[in-house]
Design a protein around this ligand. Structure first.
Ligand code: ZN
Length: 504
């Protein structure tokens, strides 16, 4: 039995399909180096608390990380911390977001970075997101970014202007295609470029983007370079750090869909302009979380932080939601679909997750029979097929729900399960619910062992009730049933004795 499954997982490994944003279709995943995968994912800019929009890419690529490792790959997962710059994005204010926060809170910029980075890690740990293999900081890789700018300049795709260096997009577009990831052409980009951006008068063309910016006198975060004291443009860090830790060609680059343009488009242009070709084999993007159809984001002011979800401390929330509820809510949608936030949707996720966890806990209470009347033979294969079809977590979850229905039938003594099948069910739950989907058990008092002891007490009470019934002591029998019901236990009398379930 075990051997067959090992073989299946081996063949599945060769049939993992992932959607490549660049080709706009699902492709068979084939790593550049057999058995090894390099993956780079754009991490957070640490100038504020992580919100629901940050949880989605972290969880999406945690699933990719977990599943690739499960299939037997050795994965080097790099996720950066952006602690420099972003001037381009905040151009109207003309101030680095981290430096602005530092000024408002009277802190060193690196104090702001450290504070929010620690809080980000805490939130990720609560969501059971595995730490990446390497978590490089943009500020720690200025030398690599300066080298990247030098290479692009040497190849003629950038120019100096007043101590700043800009990427020459029209020049690049003559030789290569700018816009191939986002599907835009240069004219579209020119038409939509705002002309009031900072440094616009220094640029040859409004579509050109900064590779290096000369710092204004009041700018605190600055480094020496051959061109000026200044700081790198935002897009440089991921190209430079991806190359440093994963090599000039690597397998997967991921991030949120909002990063496709301009960030990842510019990364491709920088890679091609510096080394002659793309670094990335597969581009993967998770879709957005919306509130009433609008993107959730710090700059839009409609975000709810993860800590607020965990504590319930936000006017928009009628109750707290546990980290595992948030994780499950995100996994209930395919990563390329949008997820619209609502309390109804979160409460449904909470109920669904509890149902799966009860199914898991109930597995430990089942006594196996000689033979099974339920069929679990396809469950594992179905789960692998769903995961291998572009990481279809909602389908995996629906298969686990089907398994829960079978577990309940056994519990209600309407079906039987053999020892082998019970072992198989237990194994599939452990593999898919915990190892691959990365869920973990959480109980209200945080003590699973205590909860298990409660279950044994309920079993004892039902035995006492059976004795009372046998003695026709109806008063005692009813009292036990009524009090358990009042505590939320659903008691069912069957011809083989009473069964119970905890309804929360
Ligand atoms: Zn990035």
């Amino acid at each position: 039995m075990q051997k067959i499954y090992e073989n299946q997982s081996f063949t599945m490994e060769r049939r993992l399909y992932i959607y490549n944003t660049l080709s706009r279709r699902k492709e068979l995943f084939t790593p550049l180096h057999e058995g090894h995968v390099g993956m780079y994912v754009c991490g957070p800019t640490v100038y504020g608390d992580a919100h629901l929009g940050h949880a989605r890419p972290a969880i999406t690529f945690d699933i990719v990380f977990r599943y690739l490792q499960h299939l037997g790959y050795k994965v080097r997962y790099v996720r950066n911390i952006t602690d420099v710059g972003h001037l381009e994005h905040d151009a109207d204010e003309g101030e680095d977001k981290i430096a602005k926060k530092a000024r408002l809170e009277q802190l060193e910029p690196m104090e702001v970075v450290q504070y929010y980075e620690n809080r980000y890690h805490k939130a990720m740990e609560a969501l059971n997101v595995l730490p990446p293999s390497i978590e490089p900081h943009a500020s720690g890789h200025i030398i690599e970014q300066i080298q990247l700018v030098k290479d692009i300049l040497a190849n003629g795709y950038a120019y100096e202007s007043e101590g700043s260096i800009y990427f020459d997009v029209p020049k690049y577009n003559e030789d290569h295609r700018y816009g191939k990831l986002s599907g835009r052409n240069l004219q579209d980009v020119i038409n939509t470029s705002r002309d009031n951006l900072d440094g616009q008068q220094e640029k040859h063309n409004p579509v050109d983007f900064a590779l290096w910016k000369k710092a204004q006198p009041e700018h605190i975060m600055r480094w020496p370079s051959p061109w000026s004291d200044g700081f790198p443009g935002w897009h440089c860090e991921c190209t430079a750090m991806g190359k440093k830790y994963l090599g000039s060609h690597f397998d997967i680059h991921g991030g949120g869909m909002d990063l496709v343009f301009p960030h990842h488009e510019c990364e491709i242009a920088q890679a091609v302009a510096s080394q002659g070709d793309d670094m990335v084999h597969y581009w993967m993007h998770n879709n957005m979380i919306t509130i009433n159809g609008q993107k959730m984001g710090k700059s839009l002011g409609n975000f709810i932080t993860l800590d607020e979800f965990f504590s319930g401390n936000n006017k928009a929330l009628p109750q707290p939601y546990s980290p595992m509820t948030i994780r499950f809510f995100i996994l209930m949608a395919h990563y390329r679909s949008t997820v619209d936030f609502s309390n109804d949707a979160l409460q449904a996720a909470e109920k669904g997750m509890q149902r799966l966890m009860e199914g898991w806990n109930n597995l430990g209470r089942i006594t196996p029979s000689e033979a099974s009347t339920i069929d679990v033979s396809n469950l594992r294969e179905q789960c692998y097929e769903a995961m291998s079809d572009d990481l279809n977590t909602p389908i995996v979850i629906s298969h686990l729900f089907d398994a829960c229905r079978q577990i309940n039938q056994v519990l209600d003594k309407k079906a039987t399960v053999s020892a082998d099948d019970l072992q198989e069910l237990t194994d599939v739950f452990r593999t898919f619910l915990f190892d691959i989907l990365g869920m973990r058990e959480e109980s209200t008092d945080g003590n699973a062992a205590r909860e298990e002891a409660y279950g044994k007490v309920v079993d004892m009470l039902l035995e006492q009730r059976a004795i009372a019934k046998a003695n026709k002591d109806w008063a005692t029998s009813d009292k036990i049933r009524d009090e358990l019901t009042a505590l939320g236990f659903e008691i069912k009398d069957t011809k083989d004795g009473a069964t119970w379930k905890l309804n929360r």
